[in-house]
Design a protein around this ligand. Structure first.
Ligand code: SAM
Length: 235
């Protein structure tokens, strides 16, 4: 992958950045996302935020190599602290991290999201945490995608600033309201795998010397929920 050839996962994230946006890419690593979008004339500028010095240097190098220093600023900062009011950021992307970390980053410096119209979030795991955050922090999901790449499934959640975001059921928070409605083959395969995994773990904990009742109840609930969804979507 490079800035001219994004992975399908990052290309999907990129496809939801509005024309003319000012983007903050938090956890940018090589800054491939903002550099790609600037080269294609999609974003007018923005910030490439990184908390680790090595990737931050990579980002700086990439931006300078493509002569984009006048449009994209690399900042060594923790999460949303990379965003300054004078950047006029309206779109934030956070991709390639766990959902818990993404939620922490968004919650920690929530005031820095003032003026942000769109969030494009790609959690590697823990997607439900991210949906819960959006629903309770004034962001309305507008679409969700699931892509499969190199043996992994990735969910991409797109949300716009809204006064009264729709409140989703626990099932929608877990599975994703748009992904549930569409229930494409990648979605079905993901949850079939999750079901198989949960059933294996359940058998293991049931055969333990001291049977952990709470863990068993949790797994049984999860298995029932997944089975119900898979049955409903005809899998
Ligand atoms: N966003 C790129 C992508 O999706 O391909 C890179 C993903 S990489 C796996 C995650 C990056 O996030 C790493 O470079 C890591 O240093 C950075 N990161 C982790 N926590 C961060 C934080 N609190 N603030 C900024 N960057 C962070």
């Amino acid at each position: 992958m490079d800035a001219d050839h994004l992975s399908q996962r990052l290309a999907t994230v990129a496809s939801y950045v509005p024309q003319g946006a000012r983007l903050a890419d938090i956890g940018t690593d090589h800054a491939y996302l903002p550099v790609n979008l600037a080269k294609r004339g999609i974003i007018t500028g923005g910030v490439a935020g990184e908390v680790v010095p090595g990737p931050f240097k990579n980002a700086q190098h990439e931006i300078t190599k493509e002569a984009l220093d006048d449009r994209i600023t690399a900042r060594l900062a923790n999460g949303l602290q990379a965003i300054e009011p004078t950047d006029h950021i309206d779109t934030v992307a956070i991709a390639g991290m766990g959902g818990t970390l993404i939620t922490q980053i968004l919650t920690q410096d929530f005031d820095r999201l003032a003026g942000v119209q769109r969030l494009i979030l790609q959690p590697n795991v823990g997607e439900a945490n991210v949906r819960q955050f959006l629903m309770t922090h004034g962001f309305q999901l507008v679409t969700e995608q699931i892509v499969s790449e190199d043996g992994h499934d990735y969910e991409i959640l797109v949300a716009d600033c809204a006064e009264a975001p729709q409140q989703y059921t626990p099932e929608e928070v877990q599975f994703g309201p748009y992904l549930l409605a569409e229930h494409n083959a990648i979605f079905v395969a993901k949850w079939q795998r999750e079901l198989d995994r949960a059933q294996v773990v359940l058998r293991q904990v049931q055969s333990a010397h001291e049977v952990p009742a709470e863990k068993i109840a949790e797994l049984e609930t999860k298995i029932t929920e997944i089975k119900e969804v898979l049955q409903r979507v005809g899998a």
